[in-house]
Write a protein that binds this ligand. Structure first.
Ligand SMILES: Cc1ncc(COP(=O)(O)O)c(C=O)c1O
Length: 424
């Protein structure tokens, strides 16, 4: 298929809260739809050279994805269209697969636990080192970068080495030469720095500009999981990150009715390799899910405004509550991440972590709420509460009594009355 056209022209004349409403719509013409249609076709007319056909087979690219991929690129300031994946974790795994054999992946200790588990598996399979760090401790991250850089860049990983992609068997070849598009190869640098900020579930805030600069100076690739912040609060590609990933499942889609992921980059080479990974592993998104995500994106700014205002007030009330041992929310003036978040984000997000003194008390609170929903996940319009250590894979450094709140858009007083009664 043809190389992707550059993403729809950036709109520096429009604010992001206008872009979410305006972007990804069909061209204006009398009688045209205001919204893109749901294109369910699995195959597309392509009579000649398959490389020159914009769409050929829906595992590679489909018009069902294009408006949303363009919209994400505009919001994240990517020079190329985004890539949607069947889930956030599929996008994450594709990106982690870029770490070369012999290299190092430096990843926050408190990253989303699925990312950590996936990283461990891929590191094992592909033969790179995994180093977990406290991402809020800039000196420690830089020391880890220096240590990994001192090992030197890995040697070229050619065909047959771990992670080298092999040619697909199927109806049609995906875009790009699969052998070239696999991980490894020369010029890979010493590895990748993974940044999640704020972290899930501890709400630590990384010094994102400083860490990206330090990693790039040392030749590392940098990927930022921007799920918690969304492009409305920070745009890491502007700071030099190579790739941004999202669990679209969360704020971007926003209604807890879609599982979807995305990766964004301005590098032709990285996009090509991630595109090949998506096409060959087949972790693709369904047309309806992508249509729903674009529909949800329309209200991202108003949802986030309301959820953040609720979160700020609830965090303040929790911090003053006698049953609460600690409240982490970057919007609290005495939160360790407050100054950084204020300097580098356009808002503090709508996730809170608070700790009570035992696992039993935390469980009792999650069972006692009536308006808050005890459920995993985050970023939907409805408020969710979860004791994170109920997941066996959550790191032991996450307190047993920690409850993560995904604050939704309900009435603030109703939310507080319910939570206060459960805490009571
Ligand atoms: C920060 C973060 N990144 C990625 C993911 C994974 O996304 P998905 O569930 O869409 O695969 C999650 C899921 O909770 C998450 O919280």
């Amino acid at each position: 298929m043809t190389s992707p056209e550059p993403a729809a022209a950036a709109r520096p004349d429009l604010a992001p809260d206008t872009i979410v409403v305006e972007t990804g719509r069909p061209d204006r013409a009398d009688g045209a739809s205001v919204n893109p249609p749901i294109d369910l076709s699995s195959t597309f007319i392509s009579s000649g050279d398959i490389e020159s056909s914009p769409y050929a087979y829906a595992r590679f690219d489909t018009p069902a994805w294009t408006p949303f991929e363009e919209a994400l690129a505009q919001l994240e300031h990517a020079a190329l269209p985004g890539l949607v994946f069947g889930s956030g974790l599929a996008a994450i795994s594709a990106v982690i697969g870029l770490v070369p054999a012999g290299g190092t992946l430096i990843i926050p200790t408190h990253s989303y636990q699925g990312a950590l588990a996936s990283a461990a598996q891929i590191a094992d399979r592909q033969g790179f080192a995994l180093n977990t760090v406290d991402i809020a401790d800039t000196e420690a991250v830089i020391a880890a970068l220096d240590k990994a850089a001192a090992k030197g860049a890995p040697a070229s990983a050619g065909e047959g080495e771990p992670g080298a992609a092999s040619a697909p068997a199927g109806d049609a070849a995906p875009a790009g030469d699969a052998a070239d598009a696999g991980v490894g190869g020369s010029g890979e640098g010493p590895g990748m720095l993974w940044i999640e900020s704020p972290t899930n579930p501890m709400l630590e805030v990384a010094d994102v500009p400083e860490l990206i600069a330090a990693a790039k100076e040392r030749g590392f690739r940098v990927c930022v999981d921007n799920t918690f912040a969304t492009p409305l609060l920070q745009t890491p590609l502007d700071l030099g990150a190579d790739i941004v990933v999202h669990s679209v499942t969360k704020y971007l889609a926003g209604h807890s009715d879609v599982v979807l992921g995305a990766a964004l980059t301005s590098s032709d080479d990285l996009r090509e390799r991630l595109h090949t990974e998506r096409s060959m592993r087949g972790a693709i998104a369904g047309p309806f899910e992508v249509w729903l995500a674009l529909r949800g994106l329309r209200t991202l700014a108003v949802r986030l405004d309301r959820a953040q205002a609720n979160a700020q007030a609830i965090a303040e009330r929790l911090a003053a509550h006698p049953a609460v041992v600690e409240t982490r929310y970057p919007g609290l003036p005495n939160d360790p991440g407050h100054a950084r978040a204020k300097a580098q984000m356009n808002g503090f997000g709508a996730i809170i972590a608070f700790t009570v003194d035992t696992a039993e008390k935390a469980t009792a609170i999650a069972e006692a709420v009536r308006l808050w929903t005890p459920a995993t996940s985050l970023g939907g319009v409805e408020s969710l509460i979860e004791r994170r250590r109920r997941h066996p894979s959550e790191p032991e450094s996450v307190p047993e009594g920690l409850l993560r709140l995904s604050v939704g858009i309900e009435n603030l007083d109703d939310l507080w009355t319910d939570l206060a009664a459960a805490l009571g």
